[in-house]
Design a protein around this ligand. Structure first.
Ligand code: PXL
Length: 285
């Protein structure tokens, strides 16, 4: 079985980061090792969460794993809380990257035009350094704007999205996946670039009239799960768009407040059926 390591915080309540990456990747048939960077009582959209920093545990944990000779097919990073954590994760990449290890970086730090609370304005500069080491980066539009210095705009257009893609390519990753792209009314999806092949790809689905927290982490985890199951990037992106759309639809049907995340558990069986269809050859990629 393939083993992935995911490095991000664990927010005890408020479905995001490790509490979605772990179940989704496990359900997709991948052993998912975790390196929690912090424990928070909730994610930071709630007020005053309890925060236990685990930064200084990253190196001793890595030392132990190196002594045991553990290896990983992919290293997946999400929300990281400080420049120091980025430095330690960069060292982790150097230590554990083998020829075929995929370095998958979700520069989770901002949304809706703003940095998440708790980050200093200099944080995106640090995140740029991590992105430059990655094989694949998966920012949303706010993160892409912070990483490139191209001003954020609410109103999207093709020229702006391509400028973002060009700016992100300059950081040096092999693949870029830009999420939250909406070029026609009522649609939302992704724009991706394979920088080595010089190929762009776009895909969208129906845009539902709601916005929920945590969908970016669900999307990134599903893309990685698809890739590690042998899908090419386009197929993995279609799979993730479909899963997030079905999940948002299922969440709308639930009348309870969803500030703490979407009902991704209810739609996991559908994700697994799509993966099985791919494995049996009825979905290409
Ligand atoms: O979903 C990204 C995320 C992860 N972890 C924590 C967060 C957020 C977004 O707000 O606060 C702690």
């Amino acid at each position: 079985m393939k083993r992935i390591i995911t490095i991000q915080d664990i927010s005890c309540i408020g479905k995001c980061s490790l509490t979605v990456a772990l179940p989704i990747l496990s359900a997709m048939g991948l052993e998912t090792a975790v390196l929690p960077t912090a424990v928070l009582s909730t994610h930071t959209m709630f007020e005053n969460p309890v925060f236990v920093d685990l930064t200084e545990q990253i190196r001793p944990i890595s030392d132990h794993w190196e002594r045991e000779g553990f290896g990983f097919e992919a290293i997946y990073t999400g929300y990281l809380g400080s420049a120091r954590q980025i430095e330690l994760v960069t060292a982790f990449f150097q230590r554990f990257k083998r020829e075929n290890t995929l370095l998958f970086v979700d520069p989770a730090m901002a949304d809706h035009g703003k940095l998440y609370s708790g980050f200093s304005p200099s944080f995106p500069e640090e995140m740029k350094k991590l992105c430059s080491k990655a094989d694949l980066i998966i920012p949303n539009l706010t993160e892409a704007s912070l990483l490139t210095g191209i001003p954020y705009q609410e109103q999207q257009d093709e020229a702006w999205l391509h400028k973002l893609l060009d700016g992100l390519s300059a950081l040096g990753p092999r693949f870029i996946v830009l999420t939250g792209c909406s070029l026609s009314p009522g649609r939302i999806g992704v724009l991706s670039r394979d920088c080595a092949a010089g190929r762009d790809f776009s895909y969208d689905t129906e845009k539902l009239p709601v916005s929920y927290h945590g969908t970016g982490d669900i999307f990134a985890s599903t893309v990685l799960g698809g890739l590690e199951n042998g899908m090419n990037l386009s197929a993995a992106l279609k799979l993730a768009c479909g899963y997030v759309k079905d999940t948002v639809q299922a969440t709308i049907r639930n009348p309870a407040s969803r500030r703490y995340g979407v009902d991704f558990e209810t739609t996991l069986p559908g994700l697994i059926r799509s993966l099985e269809a791919f494995r049996s050859g009825s979905i290409n990629g």
